[in-house]
Design a protein around this ligand. Structure first.
Ligand code: NAD
Length: 336
């Protein structure tokens, strides 16, 4: 992957929780293509079974069942990429207990098994920019106060806090990657974003362009240049590279290390501007319907990615246009 030597990742098995979902499956496909041993765990609550080898059905909140399955994973376990979570902000407002229970227990039960086979795995947590809430200043740095405004964001913050303590007592090395808005498809591995229901802008805008349906835009009266929210969209392939760099970094750290990194483009695009890019990529106009603002939607989110560049040596290298084009190609081939 972009000349990065992943040899150190080849010495053990990597557990990918949520490995049937959009991002977890993307990483599983990438690592398998690099001949890295992967076991994916998923309960298919927001994804579908597929034909991937080494995909095991388990609900991570079921600690005894998870412990039983963990023993069957061929060791040593080199690390865990923990993607599994419920991840819809709106749904989390309606079902907060479900979000706290699922997201906290899934992470706790998984990290609690780290080291059970005598190895000292590293743990990479899919956190979110939702931990910050409404920004006091932009771009958001990792030291910005954490003040989530949804149960989803709060569940990610609580998991980060739990992991920091577990890192100390269990001697696990932990990275929290706070993703902003990943977009797009893997160029060579037939995988892209396809949530059900889909709440993310880009795939919904592509569907609207392909099918001539109306696209809701939540809020047109923000104090932003065109009145719509600004978000930090970045390419799925860049996110994949961030994970591999993160794993290689963690493998070189001492016991109980914990860190936090923003992962995004480091620049923002308005909802309306992103819709224009989709129109251009599809070659068809999109009919938008401006709706009222969604509660808790920050007007502007933008990552500072200076820390990831400085410490991990990671920087995104792809454009939003290319991310959108990759998703359009995939949807035209698969779902048109
Ligand atoms: N996609 C984004 O824009 C985005 C942005 C920021 C953070 N994240 C985080 O990245 C991670 C992956 O996001 P995604 O877009 O791939 O979501 P997704 O819904 O496609 O994938 C999540 C996967 O986790 C599984 N899962 C959930 N709870 C589980 C449990 N208790 N046991 C086993 N499996 C369980 C689901 O079935 C699903 O396959 C999530 O933690 C999410 O919070 C995503």
């Amino acid at each position: 992957m972009s000349g990065l030597s992943l040899d150190r990742m080849k010495t053990g098995t990597w557990v990918i929780t949520g490995g049937a979902g959009y991002l977890g499956r993307a990483l599983a496909l990438k690592l398998r293509a690099e001949k890295i041993r992967v076991v994916s765990l998923d309960n298919f609550s927001t994804s579908h079974r597929n034909n991937d080898s080494d995909l095991i059905e388990v609900d991570l909140t079921d600690a005894p069942l998870l412990a039983q399955i963990w023993k069957q994973i061929p060791g040593p376990i080199a690390g865990v990429f923990h993607f599994a979570a419920k991840a819809l902000v709106g749904e989390s407002n309606a079902k907060p207990a479900e979000y706290f229970r699922n997201n906290f227990l899934a992470a706790l039960n998984t990290v609690d098994l780290c080291g059970a086979d005598g190895s000292r795995p590293v743990f990479i947590h899919s956190s979110s920019c939702a931990v910050y809430g409404i920004p006091d200043q932009l771009p958001l740095t990792e030291s910005h106060r954490l003040h989530p405004v949804s149960p989803y964001g709060a569940s990610k913050k609580i998991v980060e806090e739990m992991l920091a303590q577990m890192a100390i007592t269990k001697k696990v090395r932990v990275l929290n990657l706070r993703y902003f808005n990943p977009v797009g498809a893997l160029s060579d591995l037939d995988h892209a974003e396809a949530h059900e229901p889909e709440t993310h802008l880009i795939p919904n805008a592509i569907m609207a362009a392909l099918h001539g349906t109306a696209l809701p835009v939540f809020g047109g009266d923000y104090g932003t240049p065109d009145g719509t929210c600004l978000r930090d969209y970045f390419h799925l392939e860049d996110l994949m590279e961030a994970h591999q760099v993160a794993a290689m970094h963690l493998l070189q750290q001492p016991e109980s290390y914990t860190e936090y990194f923003n992962i995004g483009a480091g620049q923002s695009t308005s909802v309306l501007a992103a819709i224009r890019l989709v129109e251009k990529a599809v070659g068809k106009p999109i009919r938008t319907e401006v709706k009222t603002r969604r509660p808790g939607d920050p007007p502007h989110l933008e990552a500072s990615i200076a820390k990831a560049a400085r410490i991990l040596g990671w920087k995104p290298s792809r454009t939003l246009e290319s991310a959108i084009q990759s998703q359009v190609r995939w949807m035209q081939q698969t779902h048109a």
